[in-house]
Design a protein around this ligand. Structure first.
Ligand code: ADE
Length: 249
């Protein structure tokens, strides 16, 4: 997969995409990230990329023409079609489901806003999808684009070393992850739950499912409300809730 990013801070995007799993995916040739700077597509002495908004108000907006030229240059880099995605707090909220859909495409073009955002005419004419990574405001789209690149990059076939680990992720089954433990078994901060040391794989799977259901019930009831639980899950969750109400844990 190839990801082209329009940004006034190319170093930020490229540095983030070099670390960890995403960096390894690039080394393995599974992912290619390229950055394009609208400042390189200006034609005035000041290399101007922003202007004040009509109607007044704080801040500056990114100009249409440098963005359009940059987008045309990025598009022309390969013949693969690509949706143009604008990262902005006004966008639809990014979910793991959306990440999976985007990860299956051959190419994406991401646009990072700075200042107060982009001229709406550019958004209307050129953007296919506006995505937000959460209900808070960043000073630019670069961190949001890096989040998307990471989420999509790690799903490229061969990027993760353990073939199973993506399917076990939080959200892949609509639930948060269960708690995980490693050595030592006993520590001054506590003991690893007995069941995980039992070697009883069925009991371990049940415990993990129950913890995942319970945590989701406690922390993200909105996710549970969207699922229809089977009878086994219902029994596990009811037991978790009863225990939580009596023990507070
Ligand atoms: N740019 C600024 N804030 C953002 C957010 N929450 N999500 C995506 N892009 C952004």
């Amino acid at each position: 997969m190839r990801i082209d990013v329009l940004t006034l801070f190319p170093d930020l995007i490229l540095a983030n995409a070099q670390a960890g799993v995403v960096g390894r995916a690039q080394e393995r040739g599974l992912l290619q990230v390229a950055a394009w700077n609208p400042r390189d597509h200006t034609h005035d002495n000041y290399r101007r990329v922003d202007e004040r908004p009509f109607g007044g108000g704080p801040g500056m907006l990114m100009l249409i023409d440098p963005l359009r030229e940059t987008l045309a240059a990025a598009r022309a880099a390969t013949s693969d079609p690509a949706p143009v995605i604008y990262l902005s707090p006004q966008g639809e909220r990014l979910t793991q489901k959306r990440v999976r859909t985007l990860a299956a495409l051959p190419r994406l073009i991401l646009i990072c806003g700075r200042y107060e955002g982009l001229d709406e005419r550019f958004v209307q004419a050129e953007v296919d999808l506006e995505l937000s990574i959460g209900d808070y405001v960043l000073s630019g789209g670069e961190l949001a684009a890096s989040v998307l690149i990471d989420a999509v990059g790690r799903l490229q076939e061969g990027a993760l070393n353990d073939a199973d680990s993506a399917s076990q992720d939080s959200f892949e089954q609509g639930l948060l992850d269960c708690p995980l433990y490693t050595r030592p078994e006993r520590h001054e901060l506590g003991e690893v739950p007995e069941v995980l040391r039992s070697g009883d794989h069925r009991a371990i799977a049940r415990w993990r499912r129950q913890q995942a259901l319970g945590r989701t019930w406690l922390r993200r009831p909105d996710l549970l409300a969207r699922m229809s639980l089977g009878s086994d899950d219902r029994v596990l969750l009811d037991a978790f809730i009863r225990r939580h109400r009596t023990q507070g844990s």
